[in-house]
Every structure is written in C-alpha cells, then in structure tokens.
Design a protein around this ligand. Structure first.
Ligand SMILES: [Zn+2]
Length: 1030
C-alpha cells in the first residue's frame, strides 16, 4: 500500500513522513471515484496510526555520528573491560608508523579490527585492545634532520633524538585524533595505548634481547648485508623495495688466465698450452665490485667452450650455451674445444688490475670455484665473485672455507673497498695501486665511482664491452635510493637455531585467508639470520660495550644485566648521553684503570622490526593472569599482507626465541588475519604522483567541494570496508562510496520505518506481544521471523569467520527483499488502519520489534553509529550521550524453532503465485483499468481440486489479499457467473491447475483506508467502522 499512502501522505502534508518503502506494484495515485455518502477524508486521516519517529531520514554525520562517538568508543571500551564476564579476547594491534596523516590502508586495517572486537563484545567477551604506534626509525630521523637543516654528522645524537621524540609525539597525537573519527572502540588515552618509544616498552624489548643473548642467539659478524648509502645504515629485507626499471652500466671484462698455474687440470693445460693469451670472460652489472674480486665461479656440470677470437687471436672461455649470444660481443669466433665446468675448477687467474698494480701481490691465488648458483641463462656462464658485495658469493666462500683473516691482524678475510657512505675507501689502492687509487678514492660507487672504474678498465684493455641495461634492483624503501651489498660488522640474530620451533609454532596458528599460511612459512623457512643492527641514533640502543685495545665486543648476560639496570633507572637515552663508566659492569672494573680509555659504547640501534616485534611482551602478564594454560598471547592479529615479512614474522621470531630460552615456547598469536591493499577504482596503487589518493578523513567529513566530495560519515566508510573482500586488494572510489551510502540509507530507512510504527518503542509500552507461531501470526509474520533467524545465523557465522561481506549481503538482502519489498508493503494497511491493539497488528508489531532488535545486533559491529542511534531513539532518552551503549547487551541467538522450513516452503509457493498476479495487475494498470492495485480483486480458479497448492490457498485465502495488495481474493472451483458483465478482466494460467483472474473490485472505496471493501450503503468499510466506532 505504500504507493497509496505515499500519495495520501503528500496530500495530507504530514511533516517529514516521506517513507518510501519499495513495493512490487507501482501505483500512479489515480483514484477511482468513490460512490455513496461523501465522507470527511481529512477527519479520517487523523484516525490512522501513521509512523512517527525521531530517527532522522538522512544522516548528517555531524548529527547522527558525533553525538554517539564517545559513548560507543572510549566509554564502551572502559565499560566492557570493567563489566564483561565472558572469556578474555585479545586483539593485538600492529603499530602503524607514527608519520603522516592516515591513508585508506590504515582505515581498512583499523575498521576490520574494530568489527572483530565489537562482535566479541556483543558475544560477552572481555576485550583487550590497545592501539599502538611504531615510533623509532629512519623516516622520522630523516624528517627531523631535514627540519634541523644541518648535516647529520654535525648534530649531536641528543639533539636528533630529542627532536625525533617530539616529532613522533606530534604525529601520534594527530593520528590518534584521526583514528578516533573512524569510530574505533578503544580508549585512546596513554594508559591504554602503546608507543615503541615508551620507556617501559623499550625496557621489555631490551629484556627480550638479553634473553636471546643469554641463549647464544645473538652474534656479531662481518659479512655482506643490504646497505643503504643514502640512509647510512644496514637494512633488513623488509626495508627494501624492488624497482624493475633500474638502469645499470654492465660490463664484459676479460680476466687473464694463468695458463702455467700448477693447479690447472691436465686436460685444460694441454688445450691452453700454446695459448698464453687466454681469458675468462665475465659479465657484471656492478663494475665497482671488481676491485673486490676474489674468485670466479663456474657451474661444475655446465659445458664451457674455448673460443678463439678471429680479429685478435685471443682465447676466451665462456659457457657453451652462451656462445651464440656472445658473438655480438666477441665478433667472429672459432670453437677450439669444449670442457666440463669441473675441469675449469681450481685453475688460477691474474688479478684484474694486475697490469696497473704490478707492485701489489694478491693475497690469495685467485681461483676458479665451483658453485651451483651459476646459471647459463644470461651473462657468460662465469660469475665474478666479490664476497664483500654478494650474499651468494659470500656463501660460496664460506662453504669452501676460504674466508680466513690473516693471522694477528684485524683483517676480515674479505676485500672491501667501500666505506659507510658508499664511496671508494683508500683501501682500494691495495688492489689497484696508488696511481689508479687516486682516481677512485672518495667517489660514490653508485655514481662517479662506477664511471671511473669503467674508464680504468678501458685504459687497461680488459674491457670487452659496456652495456646499459634495465633490470630489477633493490631500493631503500624510505629514501627511494638504490642500495648496495656491503660487508660490514653487524649484529645478527641466529634464526637457524629457532627456525624449527618457529615453524612448529605456526602449525598451531590458524590463518585467514587459509592460503596466507604458506607466505609466512616461506619467509621463516628461507631466513637463516636476521641483521638486527642499524647505524642510526633514533632507536633502542644495542647496548654493546667494546674493549678498545682488542676491539672486541662485550655482549653477555652479566654485562647486559648491569647495563639494563642503569638504563632502567635512567632511561635508554642515557646510553647516548651518559659516560661509558656508568655501563662497565662491576666484574670488569679493576682499580686504577681508566675505564673511559679502555671501553667505548657501541653506536648501533636495533632494527625497528625488533622494536615492534617484541610488542607481545605487553600481553604476558595479562594472559598469565587470565589463563595459565593458554599457549599463545594474542587471540587475533590483523595486518596487511606486507606484514608477513614484517611484524607477523618479527613477533614470531622474538617470541619463540625468548620463550624457548625460558623453557616453554609460546606463540605470539592464535589467529592471523591478512588484508590486502587499498587501490583506486581502476586497480592502481594510490600515490601522490598519480593524484589518485582518497583520504579516509575526506570520505568521513567531506572535501572542500561538498558536492563533489560529500561528507559520508564513518559508517559509510565502515560499510565499504565490510563489503569488500578485504582479504584481497580492495578498490575504492566515488562510485563505490556512493553505492555504500545508498546501501546504508536503505538499512537506515528500514530501521526508521520500524521505529516509526513502533512509535520509537512507545506503542509497545502497554501492548501485549503475540506468541510466536500462534494463530494470531500470519504466514508473513512467521516467514519474516524465519528469515530473521536465518539472517541472525548467517551474520554470526560471517562475523565468527571474519567474512563480513557475507554479513552485509545477508543484511542488505533482508532489508531490501524481505522487509521493503514484501513485509512492509503487506503490513502497512494493518499497521496504519487497524485498531491499535488488534491481534493482527500486535502480531506485526511483535515481529517488527524483534526484527529491529536483531537488525541492530547484526549491523552494530559494522555500523556502530547507526546502531547506537536506533538504540538511543528506542530508549526514549533525550541526550545521545546518556544511557547505555547498545553493545552493553549480549547478542543472544534467536530460538531455533523460529526457523521453520514449512513456512518458508508455503511462502515461496505463494510468492511465486504473487509474481504472476502482479504481472496481471501491471497489465491492468497499463491499460488504465486501474490506478491502484486496491481497485482490483483477484479470483483464483482451481481446476484440479487435488492439486497440492489447493489446501494452502484455502487456508491462506484471507492472507492472499494482503499479500497481493488487492481489495479481495477469492478461491473458486469454477468461473463465477458475473464474469460476463465485467467491464474488464485479465487472466493467466498458473501451471496446469490454476487460473488467476484480475478484475474490478466488487465493493467501493473506503475513505479511511482506501481499500475497496466498503459496501456502497455504508460510510466506511467494516473494519474501519469498527476501529473508529461510527
Ligand atoms: Zn477502511
């Protein structure tokens, strides 16, 4: 009846009562002439029970969200923490980096978490959720160095650290304010949030470090690591990004073989006997590493060709499968012979720079080495090895035990001529000689240093070819500058010793989506050590003392115990500010010694992944008190897919390492949930340069131009986050947001209609509810309760399995199909025109009250503001801030007996018949036979009395006129006699057994309810007459 009422309401000028329930029949508002006495329409309209509610039609976030904000976030968190009686549920927050405004990734992350914890609160759990921030590290340090506007070497570490702390605090404050606008249930004050720069946090982290040192898991090593000259620090794999279009100057160079070398295999010796001008052709994309060459690797099982170059007569050795491609480089060649790679092994060659540095004696005989990492896919099949600049080279040398420092020296056993700034150091002269050294020293290896080397190679006549190539290359993700591999002394955590336990621990962790397990497993599997030191000042110190005379590090449990007690009292900044004497442990102090001269403090800080990785330590006491048997700390962690190599992993490794040392391995988490990235509408990553960034704050509060960027409020954004399959990458754009806003409006309108007929709960005050399933409940009532029970079940399942899209789909479907298109339409006549306490009306109100209650639970985790708003309106309180949050009531499942497949079966059969009836009514409307469907009656002719549907039609005959929204439905065994005199009729067969006829209504229009059920001699229809007692 909505069409009728809509036109009626408009006519009657009711304020703000524009309910727009959808209905299957659209009525044009044309009214048939009414016959009989002329009634007073206006007077009757006042007797109708039209919806009245305080819930506003449209939601302006300022009105509908902000007033509920504290109640549903801070106050709710505190309430449930103090009052919830259910089991503890810990959602452990991965700390976002405290730098910059929030982006969509932050919003998606925090909303997904919030949906989970809100659901848990509704289930009666006591939820622990402390949001955190990652505060140390290079981006902040760089930011303050820029602000300080000086060269970092000229600023003392205290100034940098103080400025960095201040900066981080500001950023935390800003992000805190932005996060709270998303409607996140948390107490954002300092006691219930954490920062990795908090003193207590840092001390817990250092205790974990100490435990790992005591367990022998931490060591110092000189070896190649990812090193960023632009950051002046080593980097972990997680701090790299790879660019596919990096351009390098690659070179082909010829290493001169020592054809008289003693270790050469006889077959090769014979082949090369008359060829003293024999060369090994090598290709490298990093010419600057050639000064550090310590060997050339071949694959022992590949074939190699000995080639004679036509134009020079020189001999070259290359991989046989590369010969064809290399003729571009070598020109015409003749193959003299082929040998196995294994026959090349152990042959020696002259140092590459021998021609310019004759006075320099090589440290070792330079040899050809076997290695399985050599391939014949590119290059020459021979690989130049510089262990200081390549992890694989280093591993080859380690495995062959070739890295031996010269006795009695601080030598490292590796050639390395690059300093901490990425420039050639003076040591390079030891290889290239003094005069060439002067051309190189102080030049950056990634820039002019590389150019200078290529020039030297050219001058020496060993350069066969230079080629520019585009290839994949690692960059420092913070400075966006290329990195190098560089041997430096770093602190490492030994992962080989704990890898097995870590992988075993993962077996007890569940993953969503399930496939993400493999990702974390492979990251852990493929790592044998973790470089944990950084050469920065804004971080937690690695508190190592060095004994100056022997240049050895002191790193043991006893020393750390002393150092940590000093830092515990005086703060970690004291490591930088205090004197070394404060830190020398008692057992190393001897009377009369000048400690300041004997010892120095290390200057490395810890990898920030170690900082955030130890965040599980916050949960230890909490969990211990809650449940001694619980073998994990957090119930759930939720982060983006990049955290498999970051926080998920660093938490696992530190937790397993530390707890194993204490005798019982505890997993840092029980469930890991991974979400994807947020992309623009065409699937591109959001970036400043593309100009496609959508800020969550703009979505909530609107942009400068409110027409283009309207204020959607937090619930719309939250609905978006719940709608997308967040475990994949998710797109967002203006169209998607507009759709979400529309969906939200539909849900709001459904709630608003129900509130209206319930008169915000007041109509229920003295009203006797109708027992579910009793005879007073119509088929539609029972059907809606059945569908509601299904919705309740699906929503619980969806939340419990983190599949919120499932919840949104079920909820939208219920609102749009079950409620708006069906139930609201068919009950309006009863709700508006029946006596206030008619049994039928009470039945509908009973159903609607339950529908609203369940809908509020179903929507609450995703749409907390709307849920609070509805709850508030129902409570009758004036001030939105007063009264309890909707989340303070536990969401109990609906009685399972409400689910009734028989009711569903019956209803589906009638709905199928309804589709045919509506089609006929539409035909009548198109023919201008009727305006409103109420002007028609429906007759159903049953041809076959034994048909299944017959008893159903008989039983539900009264209900059918409600279902079809016509004035009367009659069921006949044969065609009624008056058919011949009808001005019009439309009919159609429904299957073989039924015929449906749509015909003019028999009776006349009732001026109160507008159904055609009034006998011409009466003023009103009998129902209406009864209601208003005329
Ligand atoms: Zn009436």
């Amino acid at each position: 009846m909505s069409g009728v009422w809509r036109s009626g309401l408009r006519h009657r000028k009711l304020p703000k009562a524009g309910f727009t329930g959808c209905r299957a029949i659209s009525c044009s508002g044309v009214q048939a002439e009414s016959k009989g006495p002329t009634p007073d329409n206006k007077a009757y309209s006042k007797t109708l029970l039209l919806p009245k509610t305080k819930l506003t039609l449209r939601s302006d976030p300022l009105e509908s969200e902000v007033p509920f904000r504290n109640k549903t976030t801070r106050d709710l968190y505190q309430w449930q923490w103090d009052n919830a009686k259910g089991p503890l549920f810990v959602l452990h927050d991965g700390p976002p980096y405290a730098n910059g405004h929030l982006h969509m990734g932050h919003a998606l992350n925090k909303i997904v978490k919030d949906i989970i914890v809100r659901y848990k609160v509704l289930m009666g759990h006591k939820v622990h959720y402390h949001p955190g921030w990652d505060c140390h590290g290079l981006p902040i340090e760089n930011k303050v160095l820029q602000q300080l506007g000086k060269d970092q070497r000229s600023i003392d570490s205290k100034t940098i650290r103080d400025a960095a702390r201040k900066y981080a605090e500001q950023e935390v404050q800003q992000q805190r304010e932005e996060f709270s606008q998303l409607g996140i249930m948390a107490d954002w004050s300092s006691g219930t949030t954490y920062r990795t720069m908090d003193h207590a946090y840092e001390m817990r982290q250092l205790q974990v470090f100490k435990t790992m040192v005591e367990a022998g898991l931490v060591y110092r090593h000189y070896r190649p690591v990812h090193y960023s000259p632009s950051s002046g620090s080593a980097l972990a794999e997680a701090e790299l990004t790879y660019k596919d279009d990096h351009v390098s100057h690659s070179v082909y160079v010829a290493f001169h073989m020592d054809t008289k070398g003693e270790s050469m295999r006889p077959i090769l010796k014979t082949l090369l006997a008359s060829r003293p001008d024999s060369h090994l052709l090598v290709w490298t994309t990093t010419p600057w590493t050639l000064t550090a060459n310590m060997g050339i690797a071949v694959h022992p099982e590949l074939k190699y060709s000995i080639l004679s170059q036509k134009k020079t007569g020189k001999t070259f050795i290359v991989g046989s499968t590369r010969v064809f491609d290399l003729t571009d480089i070598l020109g015409e060649v003749e193959e003299i012979a082929q040998v196995e790679g294994s026959e090349l092994v152990d042959s020696t060659y002259y140092p590459l720079f021998f021609p310019v540095a004759k006075d320099v004696t090589p440290r070792y005989p330079l040899r050809i080495l076997p290695s399985n990492h050599v391939t014949a896919d590119s290059g020459t099949g021979l690989v130049h090895c510089a262990p200081a600049h390549g992890a694989e080279d280093y591993m080859v040398f380690r495995s062959l035990d070739l890295l031996k420092p010269r006795e009695g020296s601080s030598d490292t056993g590796m050639f390395c001529h690059v300093d901490a700034e990425g420039k050639f150091s003076s040591k390079v002269s030891e290889v290239v000689g003094e005069s060439v050294g002067r051309k190189l020293v102080g030049k950056e290896v990634l820039k002019d240093g590389n150019k200078a080397i290529i020039e030297v190679l050219g001058d020496m006549g060993v350069l066969v070819k230079v080629q520019k190539i585009k290839h994949r290359y690692p960059y420092d993700w913070k400075t966006d500058q290329p990195i190098i591999m560089l041997a430096t002394s770093q602190w490492f955590a030994d992962l080989n010793s704990i890898k097995g336990d870590a992988l075993k621990t993962l077996d007890s962790v569940s993953f969503f989506p399930a496939g993400s397990r493999r990702r974390l497993q492979s990251f852990v599997q493929n790592r044998s050590e973790w470089c944990i030191s950084r050469q920065r000042v804004w971080g937690v110190p690695i508190p190592a003392l060095y004994h100056v005379p022997t240049d050895t590090a002191i790193m043991d449990g006893v020393s750390l115990k002393h150092i940590l007690s000093v830092l515990g009292t005086r703060g970690t900044a004291h490591w930088w500010d205090g004197s070394v004497e404060d830190f020398v442990p008692p057992h190393l102090r001897k009377e009369g010694e000048d400690l300041a001269a004997l010892y120095r403090k290390g200057t490395d800080t810890m990898d920030v992944w170690f900082d955030s990785g130890t965040s599980w330590t916050m949960l230890r006491d909490l969990v211990k008190n809650a449940d001694a048997e619980r073998p994990y700390y957090a119930d759930v962690c939720v982060e983006g897919t990049d955290q498999h190599r970051g926080w998920f992993q660093s938490q696992l490794l530190t937790a397993v390492a530390a707890t194993k040392a204490e005798g019982r391995v505890v997993a840092p988490y029980k469930h890991l949930i991974t979400h994807g990235m947020v992309l623009d509408p065409v699937g591109k990553k959001m970036s400043k340069s593309l100009g496609n960034i959508i800020s969550p704050m703009t979505v909530i509060s609107g942009g400068k131009d409110k027409k283009k960027e309207p204020p959607y409020g937090a619930d719309t954004l939250r609905l978006w986050a719940a709608t997308v399959e967040y475990w994949n990458d998710a797109a967002i754009g203006s169209n998607v947001l507009a759709q979400c806003a529309l969906s939200l409006r539909k849900i709001r309108n459904s709630a608003r209609f129900i509130l209206g007929v319930l008169e915000d709960g007041r109509s229920l005050e003295c009203l006797e509810r109708v027992a579910v399933g009793s005879r007073n409940m119509s088929l539609a009532d029972r059907y809606v309760l059945h569908e509601l029970t299904k919705l309740d079940k699906v929503a619980r399942e969806g939340y419990a399995t983190y599949n919120f899209a499932k919840v949104v789909n079920a909820m939208s479907n219920f609102c749009n199909v079950t409620l708006s298109s069906l139930y609201f339409d068919v009950t309006k006549d009863c709700l508006y025109a029946d006596a206030r306490n008619s049994a039928q009306r009470r039945a509908v109100l009973t159903v609607l009250e339950q529908v609203l209650r369940t809908m509020v639970f179903v929507m609450a985790p995703i749409l907390p503001h709307l849920a609070e708003d509805v709850h508030h309106v129902m409570s009758g309180a004036e001030d939105p801030a007063s009264g309890r949050s909707v989340f303070t009531t536990t969401w109990e499942p609906l009685p399972s007996e409400w689910e009734n497949p028989c009711v569903e079966g019956d209803m589906n059969r009638l709905l199928s018949l309804r589709t045919d009836v509506l089609a006929l009514l539409e035909k009548a409307r198109r023919n201008k036979n009727i305006g409103s469907s109420l002007e028609a009656d429906v007759e159903i002719l049953v041809r076959n009395q034994s048909t299944d549907i017959h008893p159903l039609l008989r039983r539900e005959q009264d209900f059918l006129r409600t279902l079809f929204i016509v004035s009367d439905v009659s069921v006949h065994d044969e065609t009624p006699e008056d058919h011949t005199s009808l001005p019009w009729k439309h009919e159609a067969d429904y299957g073989n057994d039924l015929r449906v006829v749509v015909r003019p209504a028999n009776l006349t229009k009732c001026p109160r309810c507008w159904t055609f059920t009034r006998h011409p001699e009466e003023i009103l229809c009998r129902r209406c007459a009864d209601v208003i007692k005329v």
